[in-house]
Each structure stands twice: as C-alpha cells, then as structure tokens.
Design a binder for this molecule. Structure first.
Ligand code: ZN
Length: 126
C-alpha cells in the first residue's frame, strides 16, 4: 500500500473525529425536526405546507449527514481490513492528497466522476 503508517493513522483519526461530529449533528437535526413541532402549531393553516417543507428540509439535511456518516464508517471498516485507499471502482490506489481532503473517499477521482454522472442521470428512460 502506498500510504505510510503515519498517513493511515492521521486519516483514521480524522475519520473517527468526523464520525463523532456527524453523530452529534444528526442527533441535533433530528431533535430539531421533531421537537419544535412547528408543523403541529400551524396545522390546518396556509402555513402548514411551508412548515412541512421546513421539516422535510431538516430531514433531507439529516439524510445527507447520515450518508456521510455511513461513508465515514465504511472508510474505517476498509481501514481495519487493509483495503483503505484502494478505489472500490477500479482498484487503483487513491492518492494521499485526495484522501487528505476527503478521508472517506472510496473511489479515485475518475470513478467518482463517473459515479456522480450516472447517479445524476437517474431520469427514467423509456
Ligand atoms: Zn477508480
């Protein structure tokens, strides 16, 4: 593996910190979404739809963070299994520079671009 032990330890520390941070953020977001019962207060008024949208937005943000938490955990799993820093798409080594900016990255830049392009094009083709 191209990464040194020092680099791995550094990235593992960042992943663990980020995982803890994300758990707190998600907890707070879910509390906010359910707690204030904004939707309940303005129920049956014209503002109801807006409140629903706000609550939906909170949940959407929590989902993005949940996805990042899952990516972070998956990266830690790969680290434990010695597969960290290897692209899950094509198997090439992911450079330290990329991992340093995105410790949870599972793909090399080429595969990530392809993955996002495919995901972005999820419109039904009949
Ligand atoms: Zn790749």
């Amino acid at each position: 593996m191209a990464l040194t032990q020092e680099q791995l330890l550094q990235l593992r520390g960042r992943l663990q910190d980020r995982g803890t941070e994300l758990r707190d953020i998600i907890q707070r977001e879910l509390n906010d979404a359910g707690h204030d019962s904004l939707a309940g207060q303005v129920h049956d008024t014209g503002e109801g739809a807006l409140a629903d949208q706000l609550v939906g937005l909170d949940v959407a943000i929590a989902e993005i963070d949940t996805q990042e938490l899952m990516d972070t955990r998956a990266a830690l799993d790969r680290l434990e299994e010695g597969r960290y820093g290897i692209c899950i798409g094509c198997g090439v080594e992911i450079g330290f520079a990329r991992l340093e900016s995105q410790p949870a990255a599972a793909r090399c830049i080429d595969c990530q671009k392809r993955f996002e392009a495919e995901r972005g094009a999820e419109t039904p083709r009949l």
